[in-house]
Ligand binder design. Sequence first.
Ligand code: MG
Length: 499
Amino acid sequence: MSESWGRLQPRITELSDLSSALRLLGWDQHVMMPVAGGPARASTVATLQAIAHSRLSSPELGELLADAEADNSLGEDERASVNLLSRDHEKATRVPEALVRELAEVEALSFQAWTQARPANDFSILEPHLSRVVALKKEAADAIGWEDERYDALLDDYEPGMATRTVEALFDKLVPSLRPVTETILGAAGERPLFLTRTYEVDKQESFCVWLIQMMGFDLSEGRFDVSPHPFTIHIGGGDVRQTTRYEPKALMMSIRGSMHETGHALYEQGVPKEMVGLPIGDIRSLGLHESQSRIWEIQVGMGRAFVEFMLPHLKDRFPEELGRLSPDEFYRGVNHPRRSLIRIQADEVTYNLHIALRLELELALFRDELSVAELPEAFEAAMEKHLGIRPDDHADGVLQDMHWAVGGFGYFPTYTLGTLYAAALFERARSDLGDLEQDLRNGDTSPLLAWLRDKIHIHGGRRSGTELAEQAIGAPLGVEAFLDHLKKKYAEIYDVSF
Ligand code: MG
């Protein structure tokens, strides 16, 4: 080991440990903590974030990093870690500690306000908090600096290195093609199949999902699977990857899709080589690539014909009354039944990205100073009508439906669509590389696909940017065609329509 790396390593461990503690507090807040604990937790999190920020931005760390950068004896992975950490250090030095602390506090309180505003259907409960969050995010983005526009700095937290203009160009290509495709599919979809809204005992749903996620390769000896109102996955530290799902008696497919989605994220985290965990190269920074892993399992596998046919007999074992007479074809068509929904997280794969397009538009307008927080509810309703042809008649189903903005997650939404685009292209590539993937999935054997994803994506951890890694695996630059082709091919077959 080189001397400069030896001196840097304890600092890296300290930063990683602080980050683990913050992640665990975050997991606890969403899974276990009583609501009344919110204000105290906000203070604890803000203190720890301020400590982490001061460690990350310290001049001493800057000197250790400069020594390491000048050290020619560093190995390739060590150099990659140094480069990533240098970038974080430089970003952190640009944001004053007082602003970091204030943002953490304001975001935590804003999240609490959102948990009250949504059930009360009252945007005014959230509005003052959200206005503060947006003002502080603008201040932070301007302090960090940006090339073309302020939103670049926000996007960089979730998709490092990707410019706003790149994202906007992808949406500008996707949306005009997606809207007519969506209208054709929705027009052909017909009545909602009854089995989708029958009642399914939650205990049996849970036993199915626990079986399913292990079958997909999630290792429960190095992870947890719990319930939270908003499913998520978090890598606490070595040997500890946690995912959550949720169950509702009348929404069987929601728990299955949600569990497969989060398992996609969790398999990615469990696939990062052990020796990288705790180092900067062990952090997966591209949320777009992360989302691609969840969308591959949720959509490409979980709602594809082969795997749906595999799942059905196992579901019939648990729900003979509810599903006993359903044919594999009826089940496949049913789980893929699209509809115009107000709620993003209930949206099908056809309409989902239009929900994202409208959010991106609003975020860009907010950070280009073309829209104020007070105008947001009305703008949200209008954008929903424009993209999806429906208008929410209250705030709970409109601007208040997601928590992202309340917690300052501006720049996050577009990564969902990046994930969808990567997922379609990656799955297509895996299919051509693996040859008999459909047959494997029909037999419930997901291991060849997982091995392919491990090899192409997971084992590289956070060494390279999401775009770089995905484009290498796909063998082409990221575009919108693979996803549009997937939709057209699949739904042309289901509904006998042409595009
Ligand atoms: Mg996800």
